[in-house]
Write a protein of this length. Structure first.
Length: 423
């Protein structure tokens, strides 16, 4: 038995590691770099000073990552790749300030994601870095010596792979002190505006809730989504997309796919609820959880998730269950950001005198909130089953008021995210 295990352990990888994607994520308390890889890997990560940079050593890899988008906080100035020796490659992330790695870990491939190496880092004071830089994260089998003349080349979207990597000289030195000599000359792709995807719930053969005034939820949702898009675009600060701009149905998981394909920074699904108790009114904001806040919320989620059935969609190709995704570590930060945005919406709505449901931030397993990497909320702007709410929602002036409050929420959300990143 042990022989079999030994054999398995020492089988080398059949092919070189491939770095398929490099993504940066900006969070209130840290910056995250995620490498998507074609196979599991060992790694070693640490920080160096003068100039400030994060170093990630990996087994010799092929660079297949296309466009790299620089994080919006301005912290990262460049990304370089090079070979240290025949078995080790190095990725260098140049940063403007001293940083420390907070955690570094790998995630196995799943049905919806590749193998990943995740490194979280944050800005620290210059004297902290002296200690932090001695910390190594991960472990990588090293050659006895490393070529000090190893060079890294800039990685840039406009210079597509294959990258030219400097051939190494035969100089061997016992000192493990590699230097990166290439200058920062190639900028990343220009910084982009936050991309917000607005999803008008229901549509086409699925009307959603039917109001006490016979209005359809799908139409209220679409009118509200368009109004929000118009207002957001007029600020000049955002790129905005709608999942639908007309009256047709889109499968729930497709709405998630749209947000992910656009690498959205925020996803907002707009609805208007209905309930047996005609007295219940007010707006509410939902974020993802595998446990609903209460029975009423669980019913609502079940109703919204039934949209695909109402629209006659075959559910056999639906993607994974919410509970599976919740197991993924990478999802936690997205959920924290979603919650932060939901709370921002609640406080802004209060300031704008928009009626809210009791305990307006709630949790449930809505299918449209399942993107693991896009902060997402589902907003029920009012109750179609309540006479006053239905009358308000029918008015463009009220939908405009709601949209203004949402724009303010979105401004506050991104201001906070950016401020936290620049500290
Ligand atoms: Zn709905």
């Amino acid at each position: 038995m042990s022989l079999v295990w030994g054999f398995l352990v020492y089988v080398p990888y059949a092919q070189a590691l491939s770095i398929d994607t490099v993504r940066f994520g900006t969070h209130p308390d840290k910056t995250r770099i995620v490498l998507e890889l074609d196979q599991p890997t060992d790694f070693k990560a640490f920080v160096l000073n003068d100039p400030y940079r994060i170093v990630i050593d990996l087994p010799a890899y092929e660079w297949n990552a296309g466009t790299i988008k620089k994080p919006k906080n301005g912290l990262v100035t460049d990304l370089r790749t090079g070979k240290l020796d025949t078995i080790t490659s190095r990725l260098v992330v140049d940063v403007t300030k001293p940083v420390a790695i907070r955690s570094a870990f790998t995630l196995p491939a799943s049905a919806s994601a590749k193998n990943r190496l995740v490194i979280d880092f944050q800005v620290v004071s210059a004297n902290t870095t002296t200690d932090e830089k001695k910390k190594f994260f991960g472990e990588l089998e090293q050659q006895p010596a490393i070529n000090p003349a190893a060079k890294t080349t800039n990685v840039n979207a406009k210079i597509a792979a294959p990258q030219k990597i400097e051939t190494q000289t035969n100089t061997i030195t016992p000192a493990r002190k590699p230097t990166e000599t290439s200058k920062v000359t190639n900028p990343f792709t220009p910084l982009r505006k936050p991309h917000i995807v607005i999803d008008a719930g229901h549509g086409g053969q699925d009307p959603g809730a039917i109001g006490i005034n016979k209005a359809y939820e799908k139409n209220i949702a679409l009118a509200s989504a368009k109004e929000l898009k118009k207002k957001l675009e007029s600020t000049g600060r955002y790129k905005v997309s709608l999942t639908r701009d007309r009256d047709y149905y889109i499968k729930l998981y497709k709405r998630v796919q749209i947000a992910r394909a656009k690498k959205a920074d925020l996803f907002i699904s707009i609805h208007a609820d209905s309930i047996d108790d005609k007295n219940v009114r007010g707006a509410s904001v939902y974020t993802l959880s595998n446990k609903s806040s209460d029975a009423q919320t669980a019913k609502l989620a079940a109703r919204e998730n039934r949209s695909d059935i109402i629209a006659g969609v075959d559910l056999t190709h639906e993607d994974k269950e919410v509970s599976d995704i919740l197991l993924d570590l990478a999802m936690r930060d997205t959920m924290n950001q979603s919650k932060f945005f939901a709370n921002t919406v609640v406080s802004t709505f209060k300031n704008h005198n928009i009626g809210l449901l009791r305990k307006p931030h709630r949790y449930a397993g809505f299918a449209v909130l399942k993107a693991p990497d896009v902060p997402s909320v589902l907003l029920e702007i009012g109750f179609m089953s309540n006479r006053q709410d239905a009358a308000l929602l029918a008015r463009s002036s009220y939908r405009s008021k709601v949209a203004s409050a949402l724009v303010e929420s979105i401004n506050r959300y991104f201001q906070t995210v950016e401020k936290n990143q620049s500290q």
